[in-house]
Design a protein around this ligand. Structure first.
Ligand SMILES: Nc1nc2c(ncn2[C@@H]2O[C@H](COP(=O)(O)OP(=O)(O)O)[C@@H](O)[C@H]2O)c(=O)[nH]1
Ligand SMILES: [Mg+2]
Length: 256
C-alpha cells in the first residue's frame, strides 16, 4: 500500500516527499493516523509462518514475530524476513507470546496493535476493516468474528467448541462476544496499555474480556474469515484442550 508514484489510492493521504530522495515523487500512505504493529505469536510454525509473512509484507505495517520456544526453524524464518523477531527461550504459551509482543510494540511507540496468528488462518487483506473502527475512534478494541462473515469454513466440531467457549465467557464475565477464541484483533494504544495478560496459555482468551470490562474499554465485533485446512486442523485447539483451558482460567482467577 505504501507506494511511490502518481495517482491517488482510495482512502490514502498525499504526503509531500520533496525532502526525500526523489523530489518529483509522491508518497501515498494509508489513512491510519499512527503507527501499526502486527504481533504474530508463533509456535512451531516454520513454513506456515513464511507464507504468513509474505501475506503481511503487502501491508505497510511493522511486524513483530514472537517465537514461543519453537523446536523448528520458526525463529530463523522470522529473522530471514527482516521483521522484528523475539524469542522465548522456553515454550510459554500463546498468552505469554502475545503479551511479550504487545509490550514490545508499546515500547517501540505503537499507536495500534494487531494480533495475528502465525498459521495462515487469518487474512492480511481483511486488516483494514478491523483497523478502521479503532483508527476512527469508534471503539478501543476491534474483535474478529468468524461467524459474522459467512466466509469461514468452520468444521462442525469446532463450532461446538467455540459456542461452548462463548457460553463459558458469558457465564464468567457477563460479556457477550460471538467468537471469543478469535486471535485476530486490533487494540488502540490505550487499550493495549490497560490490558496485561497473566494467563500464559490459551486461557488468556477469556482473561482478556475480564480486563476489557474492568478497564471499561469499548469493543466492536468485525466479520473476518478464518481459513481451515488439514494442516491447521491437525495442530489447532480441540475439545479435549477445553477442559484444561477452563481449569487454567479458574485457577488463575483464584490465585490472582
Ligand atoms: N498451540 C499453541 N500455539 C501457540 C503457542 N504459542 C504461540 N502460539 C501461536 O498461537 C496461534 C494460535 O494457536 P492455534 O493452536 O492455531 O490455535 P487456534 O487457531 O485457536 O486453534 C498460532 O499462531 C500459534 O503458533 C503455544 O504454546 N501453543
Ligand atoms: Mg490456528
Amino acid at each position: 500500500m505504501r507506494s511511490v508514484g502518481r495517482g491517488v489510492a482510495a482512502g490514502a493521504a498525499e504526503v509531500d516527499v520533496s525532502r526525500y530522495t526523489f523530489p518529483s515523487a509522491t508518497l501515498y500512505m494509508p489513512a491510519v493516523p499512527g503507527r501499526v504493529f502486527i504481533v504474530v505469536p508463533a509456535y512451531n510454525e516454520g513454513q506456515r509462518l513464511l507464507r504468513v509473512l509474505d501475506d503481511l509484507a503487502r501491508t505497510p505495517h511493522a511486524v513483530v514475530v514472537v517465537d514461543d520456544g519453537s523446536r523448528d526453524d520458526t525463529f530463523e524464518v522470522a529473522r530471514g524476513r527482516g521483521v522484528y523477531a523475539l524469542r522465548h527461550t522456553i515454550n510459554r504459551g500463546q498468552g505469554a507470546a502475545l503479551q511479550t509482543g504487545i509490550s514490545f510494540a508499546l515500547r517501540e511507540g505503537a499507536d495500534f496493535i494487531v494480533t495475528f496468528d502465525a498459521d495462515g488462518q487469518h487474512l492480511a487483506s481483511e486488516l483494514d476493516q478491523l483497523l478502521a473502527p479503532v483508527a476512527a475512534g469508534q471503539c478501543d478494541v476491534a474483535l474478529g468474528n468468524r461467524f459474522l462473515s459467512g466466509t469461514s469454513n468452520v468444521p462442525p466440531m469446532r463450532k461446538v467448541v467455540l459456542h461452548l467457549a462463548r457460553l463459558f465467557t458469558f457465564l464468567t464475565t457477563g460479556i457477550r462476544v460471538g467468537d471469543c477464541h478469535n486471535g485476530y484483533r486490533v487494540l488502540s494504544r490505550g487499550a493495549a496499555s490497560a490490558i496485561y495478560l497473566k494467563q500464559d496459555r490459551m486461557a488468556h482468551a477469556s482473561e482478556i474480556y475480564d480486563q476489557i470490562l474492568r478497564a471499561k474499554l469499548r469493543f466492536l465485533e468485525v466479520p473476518v474469515t478464518i481459513r481451515y485446512s488439514d494442516e491447521t486442523l491437525a495442530k489447532g485447539q480441540r475439545l479435549s484442550n477445553s477442559l484444561s483451558v477452563l481449569f487454567q482460567y479458574l485457577f488463575g482467577k483464584i490465585t490472582q
